[in-house]
Write a protein that binds this ligand. Structure first.
Ligand code: GRF
Length: 205
């Protein structure tokens, strides 16, 4: 997919949607994303660390209620998130630890332009606790995946992956930490590929 560049300034505006710590948000803001710029953060958690990071990094940030559900958006609320992104001329949406499934107007409006990062080599270990699932299974190589978002959970086409070796004495924390370092590299790289129109490639394991 090649993103249309319809801005006079040649910048592709990117929104990050996040619920928590925000290390991937920060990595995207500080990383080389080519002509993509992180210009908006929206969170469903007012007290999330990612809000503090956005203010430090000078990125426009909003808390918008996600509605009354725990793992998905209310219809009206999802429309509100979508409207704000459209108002700001967002071209690409990066999910970075958003603890909700996107199914409604956002997926419709930004179809093919929403990407996510997941801490496993998909299609293995989708969903929550991916690093623990990888350790419990006993895989020798895990890693992270950046993929397009479709209506499923971590099921969309893969853009890019980074491999991480599992060590004999790994704990979930140790493995998660090494995967996270690769996530930070992978996410900016994937965004750069998409923004420059380069066909994304998949790293060899
Ligand atoms: C990351 O491990 C990401 O892969 C997963 O949620 C976590 C978010 O971490 N989707 P952070 O908030 O970016 O630090």
């Amino acid at each position: 997919m090649i993103l249309e560049q319809n801005d006079e300034d040649g910048i592709l505006r990117i929104a990050v949607l996040a619920s928590g710590r925000g290390s991937n948000f920060e990595a995207l803001c500080r990383g080389d994303t080519g002509n993509g710029r992180i210009s908006l953060l929206i969170t469903d958690n007012e007290n999330a660390d990612v809000m503090r990071k956005a203010s430090e990094l000078g990125v426009e940030a909003h808390y918008i209620s996600p509605g009354r559900y725990r793992t998905k958006f209310g219809e009206a609320q999802e429309a509100e998130w979508t409207r704000l992104m459209m108002d700001r001329g967002i071209e690409l949406v990066c999910l970075a630890g958003l603890m909700r499934i996107i199914k409604g107007s956002m997926l419709e409006e930004f179809k093919g332009r929403i990407i996510n990062i997941h801490p496993s080599l998909l299609p293995s270990f989708p969903g929550l606790h991916a690093q623990k699932k990888a350790l419990d299974y006993g895989v020798r190589i895990s890693g992270c995946s950046v993929h397009y978002v479709d209506a499923g959970v971590d099921t969309g086409p893969i853009i890019l992956q980074k491999a991480v070796h599992v060590k004999d004495d790994d704990t979930v924390e140790m493995l998660s930490g090494r995967i996270l370092q690769q996530e930070h590299i992978a996410y900016s790289e994937a965004v750069r590929f998409i923004c420059s129109g380069v066909r994304p490639i998949q790293d060899d394991v």
